[in-house]
Structures are given as C-alpha cells and as structure tokens.
Write a protein that binds this ligand. Structure first.
Ligand code: G3P
Ligand code: MG
Length: 245
C-alpha cells in the first residue's frame, strides 16, 4: 500500500504549498495528492478552493486573478501551526521541485463550481513535458472531464472520485476506461477492492486521518492511502498500514 500526502501534507503545513510538499517529502511519502485550478491568464495553479479567501489573505475567485496577482497573496499565514509566508504554487513549480524524485502524483482537477476550459489538457501537457504522465493519476469529481481526457490522450491514468456508495462502481470505472476508483474511505470495503481488482481497477482511498479509517482501508488492502498526516503511518509486519499519533 502506498501513502500519498493529501494537499501536500495538509496536517502539518499550509495545504497545497511548497512547504506542504517539503513536509511530505520529509515524512517519506510515496506521492502527493493536490488540487489544480486555472488563473485568469491560463496558468495551472495549486489550490483546493475556487476562491482564495479561506487559505490566503486575499478575497475573490482564482479565475479572476492573473498569476502575478495571485503570487502577491500569502497562502501560508492563515495556517496557525506554521505562520510563514507561502506563495501559491504553479503545477510547473511543483514538477520542478520534484524533478529526479520518484514521487507519484495525484492531480485532482477541480471542476464544478467553476469550469475551466482546457485545464485538463494543460495538466496533461505539463505532466508529459516533465516525463510524469505514466507516474501520475488524474482524478476528478467531474467524470465527463476524465472520460474526455482519456479519449483525447489514452496514456493518461484516471481515477474516479466519489463520496457515496454506488452499485458496481468497478463496472462504471471500466465504462469510463479509468484505472482507479477514488472513494472516500467510508465507502471502502474488502468486496469493493476484490471485485474492482477482478475488473482491473485499483482503489485509492481518501482522506484517511484516523486509526479507525486507516484500519478500515488497510484491511481492505487498497492500493493507495491519501492522508493529511503521513507522519502517523507505519507499515506493520503483515504489510498493513498502522496509524498512530
Ligand atoms: O482527491 C481526494 C480528495 O482530495 C478529494 O476531496 O475536497 O479534499 O479535494 P477534496
Ligand atoms: Mg483533493
């Protein structure tokens, strides 16, 4: 089972900042999950919310800021545990930071509240430019976007995000030509993992932030665990993942 830092390592540093990625590396993660949006001038930036209000000292929609304007905001100081200035990272900056490291990426494309024309294609192009296409999972709650991306670029690896208990989600994933299902941890069962594996679909669970959740997904033997707290995980003697604060 692999361990991915959620939004970098959101439990220990301001989420989706270079500091959060540095923390994750310090904790020895196998990879990172992070969220992408598009600035007004078409730059792929890393931020969970469509607006900057919660995680910066600014107000407004990311789509209305140029990259230069976004870079003037502080995405660090809102996070009480580590009050330091942090700029919003671009996807390119994160790819630069991780060059030469065999770290997996799970790029979550945000699409819903705001729909960004061409965001998926830009992400794929950047991943390809940095030789990361075969080591990255592109996930989204917008499944049409994932299907379109897969059709436009078949080597792309996709993960279907969901937060409910669908019937036969593995058949749905197959229908979308996806490689992974990304359920919220509450909906992970051993049957889901086994039945999905029989259809060639892997399971990556989020956001696993307690020993109860860790036990549930670990017993089910998911492929990847996405967590805000990678520092609390260790591998047990039977390959299980144990969470201990
Ligand atoms: O990709 C897993 C998880 O990040 C999905 O939800 O809202 O944290 O982006 P959210
Ligand atoms: Mg996310």
């Amino acid at each position: 089972m692999k361990l991915l830092g959620h939004r970098g390592a959101a439990g220990s540093a301001p989420e989706n900042t270079l500091l959060a990625f540095a923390k994750g590396l310090e904790y020895g993660v196998d990879g990172f999950e992070f969220d992408v949006q598009l600035s007004r001038d078409g730059e792929v930036v890393i931020c969970h919310d469509e607006r900057v209000d919660r995680t910066s000292n600014g107000i407004g929609w990311i789509k209305d800021f140029t990259l230069q304007e976004l870079k003037r905001l502080d995405f660090g100081r809102w996070f009480a545990k580590l009050p330091v200035y942090q700029a919003i990272p671009t996807l390119r900056e994160v790819l630069e930071m991780l060059t030469d490291l065999t770290i997996e990426l799970n790029v979550e494309i945000k699409s819903g509240l705001v729909q960004y024309p061409g965001l998926g294609e830009k992400v794929v192009r950047l991943l390809a430019d940095y030789g990361r296409l075969d080591n990255a999972i592109i996930s989204s709650f917008d499944h049409q976007l994932l299907l379109d991306l897969k059709q436009a670029c078949p080597p792309v690896i996709t993960g279907i995000l969901y937060d409910c208990a669908p019937i036969k989600p593995w058949a749905y994933a197959k229908y979308l030509n996806a490689q992974y299902l990304h359920p919220a941890w509450e909906f992970v069962t051993p049957e889901l993992v086994t039945a999905s594996a029989a259809w060639g679909i892997g399971i990556n669970a989020w956001t696993v932030n307690s020993s109860f959740a860790a036990q549930k997904v670990s017993l089910a033997r998911v492929a990847r665990i996405i967590t805000d707290y990678p520092q609390y995980f260790r591998t047990g003697e039977h390959g299980e993942m144990i969470y201990q604060e």
